[in-house]
Design a protein around this ligand. Structure first.
Ligand code: PMP
Length: 314
């Protein structure tokens, strides 16, 4: 049974700091909210923001290298599409958002980092009706972020297939990058509980959708396979780049319906995402994969790094 000592709850100063998984260095974090850079104490939104109350809003995670955002246009287009899909009117043009990105990257103390761009429904009356939310809040956070430690990046991570299913696409289209990640969070907690680093979510039909915050690839007999977006995968920008690089390298690649069996018997498996990059997988549900990092993973990872250098000059 879980018990909590109420006295210890009221003395947070004495508590040990929580474990940190995605490491951020707070003093380097920068904030831009609704039109200007702000110090941390002023980086706030009202508690009645429906982004907080209901997860009503959308977001993007963007990397910058050598102070140049990587594939910014694709991120802004996806953000605009997410906004349109939920009938949220962006209060800025995409050009203005691109300038905001330039401002915060300029103010950041390092050349490389991670940006979180959020658009929330804004403050409004309690109750889910968004019509009383008069102005969306637009927030940019620039941070140092290390999603995956170097040992796991080198040696691969362990995956488990979660019991938590991805929300059905006919209930909520997976292409909407919404602020509500509860279902991915529940899956991720299952992974933590099992001593694995990431969880794979299946859709309602038992097909692989994606990991909790990354897309998934496997290699089978020299062919690269990734779940279809129709099976519940986000249209990941890194996923798109991996498919682009595979075509350039002459690696056969296609979308395919995948089941846990395909993961358990794959030659290679890896994840892709803006925050994580390309992460090799060494084990799925306790079954070691043949190769980790595998030969196709290594070629694609090298091509990915080269593409970043080419586009960002970093
Ligand atoms: N799937 C989910 C659920 C995500 O949240 C993300 C982004 N973190 C991805 C996939 C990867 O997408 P991208 O390559 O565009 O970052």
């Amino acid at each position: 049974m879980h018990t909590t000592d109420p006295a210890s709850e009221s003395t947070p100063a004495a508590a040990t700091p929580p474990p940190v998984t995605a490491r951020e260095t707070a003093d380097s974090t920068r904030y831009w909210i609704n039109g200007r850079l702000r110090p941390e104490q002023e980086a706030t939104v009202p508690v009645t923001d429906h982004g907080l109350l209901y997860g009503d809003g959308v977001f993007e995670g963007i990397r910058f290298y050598g102070r140049r955002p990587f594939r910014l246009d694709a991120h802004l287009r996806r953000l605009a599409d997410s906004c349109r899909a939920i009938r949220l009117t962006l209060p800025y043009t995409l050009d203005r958002l691109a300038r905001a990105v330039a401002e915060i990257v300029d103010a950041f103390p390092a050349d490389d980092g991670y940006l979180r761009l959020l658009v929330t429904r804004g403050a409004g009356p309690l109750g889910i009706d968004p019509s009383g939310c008069l102005r969306p809040n637009v927030i940019l956070i620039a941070a140092r972020l290390q999603m995956v430690d170097e040992a796991h990046r080198r040696e691969g991570i362990r995956l488990v297939v979660a019991a938590t299913r991805r929300l059905p696409g006919d209930a909520l289209d997976p292409r909407i990058k919404s602020l509500n990640y509860l279902n991915q969070i529940l899956a991720r907690m299952e992974a933590d509980h099992a001593g694995a680093q990431e969880a794979v979510l299946l859709n309602g039909q038992g097909r692989v959708a994606e990991a909790s915050a990354e897309n998934l690839f496997i290699v089978r007999d020299g062919t690269l396979l990734t779940p279809r977006t129709a099976d519940g995968a986000l249209e990941g920008i890194t996923r798109g780049l991996v498919l682009e690089l595979a075509a350039r390298l002459g690696i056969p690649a296609r979308e395919a319906p995948l089941t846990p069996y395909d993961l358990h018997t794959a030659d290679e498996c890896f994840l892709s995402g803006t925050g994580a990059g390309l992460i090799p997988v060494r084990e799925v549900d306790g079954r070691p994969l043949h190769h980790c990092p595998g030969p196709l993973y290594s070629r694609l990872e090298a091509a990915f790094q080269e593409q970043v250098r080419r586009e960002c000059g970093a």
